[in-house]
Ligand binder design. Structure first.
Ligand code: HSE
Length: 286
């Protein structure tokens, strides 16, 4: 049996730890079957092939949540680069939880998502939901505590560019302050509310106007010193809006000609001596 879990853009501008959307590529694939003992093989991007792999962590978490213990033989095709900002650990975690759910016949979405978030906790020290939830549903998702999910069905194309640098989520989270100025919090609420309205109306040009973030990204820019240059290139190429995907370093842009915008972003990275790969991804794969 096999599950495929695609990449996600978390935060999506102002929605730190709250917004996310599924994108069609890249993705992870996990083959699984019941066995006498736990084992995992990995192909593709290198990640641990032992019990610390988040797919194993999440699968075991689900078994524990339902009071079972079934070892699995897993084969992970790791298509999402770790440390990319595209929900790599979230995808593998969800794949592990889904595999165990299939084996045990668990259908409770809340339990599956909670187990997947345990994989996130193992990977980054925080059980943030904004990769595993949109990876599960594919839609644009809004998550409020405790794990209440609102879904907005969307279908748009987005330029996603992944540079050959790594920003570990754990480090990006350490860069965050404990408190933010109230003016910045107010700005983010306003941006997030207007963004949601634009998405519901399917007005992506307007959505692009609301991708700024004042509560997380500014504190992370020391880990992404290229941000200003690359953003400028995207906007000059006609982007309606630009931001970092998750905790970075992947970036994304909305616009009419996402192929051209992706190229401009790659060139801007290359001008700084950083190679990068552009994807034109379909967002909203629910
Ligand atoms: N919301 C999380 C963060 C996403 O920005 O730290 C990590 O991919």
């Amino acid at each position: 049996m096999k599950v495929r879990v695609h990449a996600t853009i978390a935060n999506f501008g102002p929605g730190f730890d709250v917004f996310g959307v599924g994108i069609g590529e890249p993705y992870d694939e996990l083959s699984f079957r019941e066995s006498d003992e736990w084992s995992i093989r990995v192909e593709g991007f290198p990640v641990p092939a032992d019990e610390t792999n988040v797919a194993v962590v999440a699968a075991r978490a689900l078994a524990r949540l339902v009071g079972e213990d079934v070892p699995l033989e897993l084969k992970l095709r790791k298509g999402i680069r770790p440390g990319s900002g595209l929900g790599s650990s979230g995808a593998s975690s969800l794949a592990g939880a889904l595999a165990m759910a299939r084996v045990l016949g668990v259908e409770d979405e809340g339990l599956i998502l909670r187990a997947a978030m345990e994989g996130e906790r193992a990977a980054s020290g925080s059980a943030h939901p904004d990769n595993v939830v949109p990876a599960y549903y594919g839609d644009f998702t809004i998550i409020s505590t405790p794990l209440h999910v609102d879904r907005i069905p969307v279908d748009f194309r987005v330029a996603v560019v992944l540079p050959e640098v790594e920003v570990p989520t754990r480090e990006a989270r350490r860069a965050l302050p404990g408190k933010v100025p109230i003016g910045d919090a107010v700005s983010n609420v306003a941006l997030a509310a207007s963004l949601v309205k634009a998405l519901i109306e399917g007005d992506m040009e307007r959505a692009g106007m609301f991708l700024d973030d004042r509560i997380a990204l500014p504190y992370r820019l020391k880990l992404m010193p290229w941000y200003g240059t690359v953003r400028r290139a995207a906007m000059e190429a006609g982007a309606w809006g630009f931001s970092v995907s998750g905790s970075g370093p992947a970036v994304f842009a909305l616009g009419e000609d996402v192929v051209q915008i992706g190229k401009a972003i790659v060139e801007a990275f290359e001008g700084l001596g950083i190679s990068a790969k552009a994807y034109v991804a379909r967002a909203g794969v629910g």
